[in-house]
Design a binder for this molecule. Structure first.
Ligand code: DGT
Ligand code: CA
Length: 569
């Protein structure tokens, strides 16, 4: 569906309104709506048809009309009109982190810079030096920002790739010629970012499938089309590759196209040792086809136990699989609750009760409502007086609920010196406390490390949220000594978070594996600001699996009583 496109347009509208100095609430409304629409990749169409758009949090009458307009005409007139009021290219410049409306306008007015490419040229020609407010440091930051934007454009987030793949798989799997269908590549390995989406199909009628694939409505260009494979670009500029194989080869092909390349090379060597040949068509002895229908049979003939796609990176998994000693990776089913969420008390879109009901629907036994603390005014952080009322509300709702508990929590800000935004006396009142950094990202490596270490040492801080601060396509991880944090966390029984928010996925897979080695326990939290977002738990679980984590490493795989015991310091 068009949710990704609509979200992008809403964000652009917000940016233009901001440049024009419009009412900040209108700007925020468009940003919020973008997020809400993005949360509903599969449902938006249904909501349009049933005329229920206004049930989506953050979508009022005006925004519902805009969505319907886009759905009917492929355009939003307001956006087309707004674009005409600013110099072309200014929007592209605004995608660069550290380039705000003022700088973008300055660059355009003084140097006629209209695109990232022309900005890069101007920097090389040293034309920015001497402009008002532009220092050496500013230019460095712009260059770093350009690199981040470019990388963000090259690769989709896992969430975008998953939604994009779903848009293709849904219509394709309905075709009678399709016997089996699966994603492959980095998407199936659940990497945090994906360059192109690979789809594999088993069928006797590859030509029919190719025809249907390249003619799907979300396709913009067909970049390659053969008898059994084709590549297309979507209207959102994502690349999708589709291949068709015979049913008897599906398992072998799935293994080949899932990769990774390094994994495939090692597998091929293993086959050679057994006098077998393996490729995308099957496993062969001399030229005789031995097997290939399922991945399971292919692994078996090589003497391997099944290796989950998330582990296929040739980083020790093949050796362990030969000994049948792979870890039993955590699954979404193991998760008993969500320990990071926001309600209307701070900057969330749903009430505590709505968040709890959504968590119950997911089969959870608890949810922590961890609204922001007082100094984070931009996110409507809670004062001590408001906290009292919030606590009372949670107690009132908890009385009505059976076999489910709302935990009274906070995401407490850790200030630039490592102090928590609430005193210990208030922190002691919470069921669960998450510590997080939201400001002062430009501090030195030593300073940021020290801040997080002192947060770990606070007796009342149970979890450190999004420990490295990375925001995909927006900002790199802070410069910090992650091993120092791991040591402090493990020594103080503090848990670290895998934040499942699509642009964060922080800790990442590599850091998770390291954390496990050092005995650090992990909380997978969604950081949901809407009830819908609770579903992104799946993304955090994927990161955990890529980090070799089992349910034993994850605190929110524990039932409530055990969770309480285990987080107490
Ligand atoms: P991406 O798209 O950059 O996020 O990462 P992948 O892993 O999806 O890479 P892609 O789309 O180029 O190829 C899909 C799979 O096909 C890859 O994981 C392994 C297999 N493959 C591609 N090229 C080669 C190759 O040169 N040798 C071997 N052995 N396998 C390959
Ligand atoms: Ca790929």
């Amino acid at each position: 569906m068009k949710s990704v496109e609509i979200a992008r347009i809403f964000r652009d509208i917000a940016k233009i309104l901001e440049i024009k100095g419009e009412n900040v609430f209108r700007v925020r409304a468009y940003e919020r709506a973008a997020q809400s629409v993005e949360d509903l990749p599969n449902l938006l169409e249904k909501y349009i048809k049933e005329d229920r758009l206004q049930e989506i949090p953050g979508i009022g009458k005006e925004l519902a009309e805009r969505i319907k307009e886009y759905s009917a005409t492929g355009k939003i007139k307001l956006f087309e009109d707004l674009k005409k009021t600013i110099p072309p290219g200014l929007l592209e410049l605004l995608r660069i982190p550290s380039v705000g409306p003022k700088t973008a306008k300055l660059l355009f007015d003084r140097l006629k810079i209209k695109s990232i490419a022309s900005l890069e040229k101007a920097i090389q020609a040293k034309k920015l030096i001497g402009l008002a407010g532009i220092k050496e440091r500013t230019i460095e930051n712009i260059q770093k920002g350009i690199a981040i934007v470019k990388r963000g454009q090259e690769r989709m987030t896992l969430a975008q790739a998953t939604a994009t793949a779903q848009e293709f798989i849904e219509p394709l799997e309905k075709l009678p010629e399709v016997k089996r269908i699966s994603t492959g590549g980095s998407l199936r390995r659940r990497k945090e970012t994906v360059r192109d989406v690979d789809i594999l199909i088993a069928s006797d009628k590859p030509r029919d499938i190719m025809h249907s694939f390249v003619n799907l409505p979300m396709v913009r260009d067909v970049t390659a089309e053969g008898k059994t494979k084709a590549s297309v670009r979507t209207k959102n500029d994502s690349q999708i590759d589709c291949r068709v194989v015979e049913d008897r080869s599906f398992g072998a092909a799935l293994m080949y196209f899932t990769g990774s390349k390094e994994f495939n090379i090692k597998i091929r060597q293993l086959a050679i040792k057994k006098a077998l040949k393996i490729n995308e068509y099957g496993v062969f002895r001399k030229d005789k086809f031995i097997c290939g229908r399922t991945e399971k049979e292919v692994f078996k003939i090589l003497g391997l136990s099944f290796i989950p796609p998330e582990l296929r990176e040739n980083s020790g998994e093949i050796e362990l699989s030969l000994k049948n000693k792979l870890p039993k990776l955590v699954t979404l089913n193991d998760i008993k609750g969500d320990l990071h969420s926001h309600s209307t008390w701070s900057d969330g879109n749903n009430t505590i009760e709505e968040m709890a009901q959504a968590a119950i629907k997911l089969g959870y036994s608890y949810i922590a409502i961890t609204d922001h603390s007082q100094s984070l005014k931009i996110a409507n952080g809670l004062t001590p007086a408001e906290l009292k009322k919030k606590k009372a509300e949670i107690e009132r709702i908890n009385k009505k609920l059976k076999n489910f508990r709302i935990l009274y929590g906070t995401e407490v800000d850790i200030d630039s010196r490592g102090k928590t935004d609430y005193p210990d006396k208030i922190l002691a009142e919470f069921d669960i406390v998450i510590g997080a950094i939201h400001t002062g990202f430009k501090q030195s490596r030593a300073q940021i490390t020290k801040r997080l270490v002192s947060a770990c040492k606070n007796k009342f801080v149970n979890i450190i949220a999004h420990p490295t601060g990375r925001l995909w396509g927006v900002r790199e991880a802070f410069d910090l000594d992650i091993d120092e944090i791991f040591k402090a966390a493990s020594g103080t029984k503090t848990c670290l978070e895998i934040n499942s928010y699509p642009q964060r996925l922080d800790l990442n897979d590599i850091n998770c594996r390291r954390a496990k080695e050092l005995g650090v326990r992990i909380s997978i939290g969604t950081d949901s600001h809407t009830a819908q977002q609770l579903q992104s738990m799946q993304l955090g679980v994927s990161v955990a699996r890529r980090g070799w984590l089992t349910s034993k490493n994850i605190i929110n795989a524990l039932p409530l009583e055990k969770l309480f015991k285990s987080i107490r310091k």
